[in-house]
Design a protein around this ligand. Sequence first.
Ligand code: NDP
Length: 402
Amino acid sequence: MSKVLIIGAGGVGRVVTYKCAQHPEVFSEIMLASRTVSKCEVIAKDAMRDTGHTSIQTAAIDAENVPELVALIRSFQPKLVIHVALPYQDLTIMDACLETGVHYMDTANYEPKDEAKFEYSWQWAYQDRFKEKGILALLGCGFDPGVTSIFTARAAKHHFDEIHYLDIVDCNGGDHGKAFATNFNPEINIREITQNGRYWENGKWVETKPFEIKQSLNYPNIGARNSYVLYHEELESLVKNYPTIKRARFWMTFGDEYLTHLRVIQNIGMAGIAPVIYQGQEIIPLQFLKEVLPDPGDLGENYVGETSIGCRIRGLKDGKERTYYIWNNCKHQTAYDETGTQGVSYTTGVPAMTGAMMILNGQWSGKGVFNVEEFNPDPFLEKLGEHGLPWEEEFDINLEVD
Ligand code: NDP
């Protein structure tokens, strides 16, 4: 029975609140805090109505203000802070957790606002301070990063002596009926996918132009989809934690219509993150664009189809080469029926709650800063299906990724 503080009332925050509320035996008291308290209140009311949880409080917080965070944590006294606001706030929330001695977890690595740069260095630098304080920081416990890293940990623990080739494949085979929309925060999403791609090969990073490497891959229950190599943060920790990996890549599917819109957005300067002066006021084009794009949290109602995310792995077991595919498919409509939001928020929020449960139940424990694959994957994967994301695995098949 623990108190948990959830920060961020977007699509992911909604799912985390719902899923925690379904387990009052672990999350006995919940507080949802975010910039706009009215959004927290709507989620709290819906979640209490739909789950029967009786203790979800709300609060307004600026998660970039450490003294404000410290005051909120001191007054509510949670055992764990689940950070599902934006990656810009990772470090301030970690600072507040350090000051108050409370465990921390998130689903995305820190990004400075003025540069779309994805790496763990800033958060790994907290290692000694978290260790000395005797608390745990769990980084990247969504789906990707998160479940993909835990799938890799399962492969390494049970099915391979050496992993040589890792391809993480992320397909959204859904249709929300809009001309253009992103499935999570548009600003964070567009910053991520318009960067140069990067993959790991033979001990170093190989850089690619955005969308330079394309291949049609088949996804279970969905079929063939154009998939593109892009950089994704879990590659950094996975190649560090599994040094036998010779090549690690991340693939994501995009439709032609999406890519055309994205190209236009970039060509007319709307993906820019440098401030421009508009009518005497400084604005960031990408932040303005976010305001006019559909809210990812509102896509659920008419969303059909499913996501399919998994790991395709090749390596050695008992001296013989083997291939392995482990994945989850999630239907947008099922996610919406349960939590009022779409599958991408759902596939992020369910692992976040499951990771939180691992920490609060003591199944994952430690002092310092950890990526999810450093913990035992078994209890987490045992629970994941029960919590709404069942997974499947296949051996010795054609992985399509040579
Ligand atoms: P949303 O934009 O829907 O929600 C973000 C929330 O954070 C909003 O409620 C916003 O407040 C709040 N917020 C922003 N700035 C602050 C601040 N300074 N102080 C307090 N609250 C703030 O995003 P999503 O729910 O789609 O995504 C949430 C997180 O999940 C992101 O970090 C994203 O990168 C991550 N993610 C991870 C995935 C994974 O698989 N690992 C996949 C998808 C997302 P307001 O309502 O006022 O704008």
